[in-house]
Ligand binder design. Structure first.
Ligand SMILES: Cc1cc2nc3c(=O)[nH]c(=O)nc-3n(C[C@H](O)[C@H](O)[C@H](O)COP(=O)(O)OP(=O)(O)OC[C@H]3O[C@@H](n4cnc5c(N)ncnc54)[C@H](O)[C@@H]3O)c2cc1C
Ligand SMILES: NC(=O)c1ccc[n+]([C@@H]2O[C@H](COP(=O)([O-])OP(=O)(O)OC[C@H]3O[C@@H](n4cnc5c(N)ncnc54)[C@H](O)[C@@H]3O)[C@@H](O)[C@H]2O)c1
Length: 464
């Protein structure tokens, strides 16, 4: 075999589902080809998702903080209606993104066994692929492949969805101004995060959600509290709607939707469709292999192997859950598996995540509903962050902690926290559910005072 065109492992997609496996396999001595269609390593998470959206949130949160400084004995003049230098925010974003992409590429290029190629890969048979870069074509053979091409925004089949001024989440990440008004179609993690970011920056925001509530799969009590918070901050949240059409052009749009049998309209300068994402299989050449997929994702077994022996898939391409850290955990597990090492494939019952709403909503393990659906007999111990010392000191004593535990052995199977700072509580939460700690074990740990994490011990000790 030609060593220039033949690889131990071909990895398609340089996001969190592809790059970690590429590096781990190359570090272990495998000859690996990593192909990325974009212009840098990092995927949706780095260029259009996790990182840029949190960069925007940081600016929005700082603006909000400045506006509340008077409550902390620091009255500043003219914080009300403070303008936002949006081009400076976008420049800061580009700076962070390019620095991170350069760092990832430098690390990848330092590994002798790893070839990184920027181009589009397409499978041509179960053990071969073609890579197209500009006008050039290169054919490669491989022993194993990992497909990690992620997901793309799902379009809405309604009139006006393809109007030039109607954006998806990538369009919002690239937007050149803070809109006066913004209508978001979809109240999932993207809709909620964007709603609060732009509302904090001064936009008049409407969220139109088809389901009975925003953030359908998360803890219902916390989603309800967050929904109240959004409404209290002037965001219009409509649930149970059926969006019918988008009209308008340039800077003025009208969204028509039905709600409880009545037709309503909302006017907005910018409309964004953020109604879910689906696996990115287009042009991947899956039809030349036995790999099977449907609209939810590529079919895989417990070792993330597809129906084509030797070809694996990870991350958003496999479907829900769609999180960067989940994609990375899968990627590293596939690498270990291919190296013949014991691999712990990630278990959804142990996943953790944070919705970067305001306040943050963190979750690890099962919700109460998911535990019941799994046939577990569970109870919930709750803590109200209004009485919490740290939350009171921070000036935002709002939110709830909910520990879902099994009634038989008092093991905690789910941790759900809505409080500003919840993101940093999820490390402990992930360990609690991953290792099945009991209420008594968590209660016995000494949590420092005054911190938000104290609530874990207090809630565990106070459970019936
Ligand atoms: C607005 C937004 C905010 C988000 N925020 C968070 C967050 O805060 N936390 C979190 O955990 N998750 C977040 N996510 C989800 C997260 O971005 C994804 O779950 C994660 O990026 C999935 O990683 P992946 O590697 O599977 O796919 P991707 O990151 O999408 O990477 C796939 C890569 O494959 C490349 N590719 C596609 N086709 C080909 C081809 N034929 N040849 C070569 N390369 C190809 C693409 O260019 C892309 O770089 C967010 C997503 C969005 C859209
Ligand atoms: N902080 C994070 O970890 C984070 C942040 C953003 C996105 N993400 C990930 O990215 C993925 C995509 O996020 P998303 O929010 O687009 O998807 P989602 O599928 O999680 O939510 C989409 C929402 O849109 C609603 N919807 C669907 N069709 C609709 C319609 N016609 N009209 C109105 N509402 C409609 C759905 O009911 C749902 O509530 C998610 O899987 C999520 O895990 C994660």
């Amino acid at each position: 075999m030609d060593p220039n065109t033949s690889y131990d492992v071909l990895i398609i997609g340089g996001g969190p589902g592809g790059t970690p496996a590429a590096m781990a396999l190359a570090q272990a001595g495998k000859r690996v080809l990593l192909v990325e269609a974009g212009h840098g390593l990092g995927g949706t998470c780095l260029f259009e998702g996790c990182i840029p959206s949190k960069i925007f949130r940081e600016t929005a949160a700082k603006r909000r903080e400045l506006a509340s400084l008077g409550d902390f004995g620091l009255p500043l003049p003219q914080t009300e209606g403070m303008s936002v230098n949006w081009s400076a925010v976008q420049t800061r974003k580009h700076h962070i993104l390019s620095g991170r992409a350069q760092g990832a590429l430098a690390k990848a290029r330092s590994l002798p066994g790893l070839d990184v190629v920027f181009g589009r890969a397409r499978l041509t048979a179960p053990r071969s692929a073609v890579i197209e870069t500009g006008g050039e074509r290169r054919e490669v053979a491989f022993a194993n492949a990992l497909l990690a091409t992620g997901s793309v925004a799902s379009p809405l089949p309604i009139p006006g969805a393809d109007l030039p001024g109607v954006l998806d989440s990538t369009g919002l990440i690239e937007i050149g101004f803070v809109p006066k008004s913004l209508a978001l179609i979809g109240g999932g993690p993207i809709g909620v995060e964007m709603a609060q970011i732009f509302a904090m920056l001064g936009s008049q925001v409407t969220v139109l959600e088809a389901g009975p509530r925003i953030l359908g799969p998360v803890d219902g009590v916390l989603a309800g509290l967050l929904s109240e918070r959004l409404r209290g901050e002037g965001i219009t949240v409509e649930t149970g709607v059926s969006v019918q059409a988008i009209e308008g052009e340039g800077q003025q749009h009208t969204v028509r939707y039905a709600h409880e049998g009545q037709v309503h309209t909302v006017e907005a300068q910018v409309v964004a469709i953020v109604a879910g994402r689906h696996p990115n299989v287009d042009g991947l050449g899956l039809e030349t292999t036995a790999v099977q997929h449907d609209r939810h994702g590529v079919k895989v077994d417990a070792t993330l192997q597809t129906d084509e022996p030797g070809i694996y898939a990870t991350g958003d391409l496999v479907g829900n859950p769609m999180f960067a850290h989940w994609a990375t955990a899968q990627s590293l597990a596939v690498a270990r598996h291919l190296l013949g090492a014991p691999a712990a494939f990630p278990n959804p019952a142990h996943n953790s995540a944070v919705i970067f709403s305001y306040p943050e909503l963190g979750m690890a393990g099962l919700t109460e509903d998911a535990a019941h659906a799994a046939g577990l007999e569970v109870a919930v111990a709750e803590y109200d962050y209004r009485i919490d010392a740290r939350a009171q000191i921070s000036g935002d004593a709002f939110g709830r902690l909910r520990l879902v535990y099994r009634k038989d052995d008092r093991r905690i199977v789910g941790v759900h926290a809505l409080v500003e700072g919840a993101a940093d509580l999820m490390g402990e939460a992930a360990l609690i559910v991953r290792h099945g700690l009991t209420l008594e074990q968590v209660g016995a740990a000494i949590h420092p005072h005054p911190t938000l994490t104290e609530a874990f011990g207090l809630t565990a000790l106070g459970a019936k």
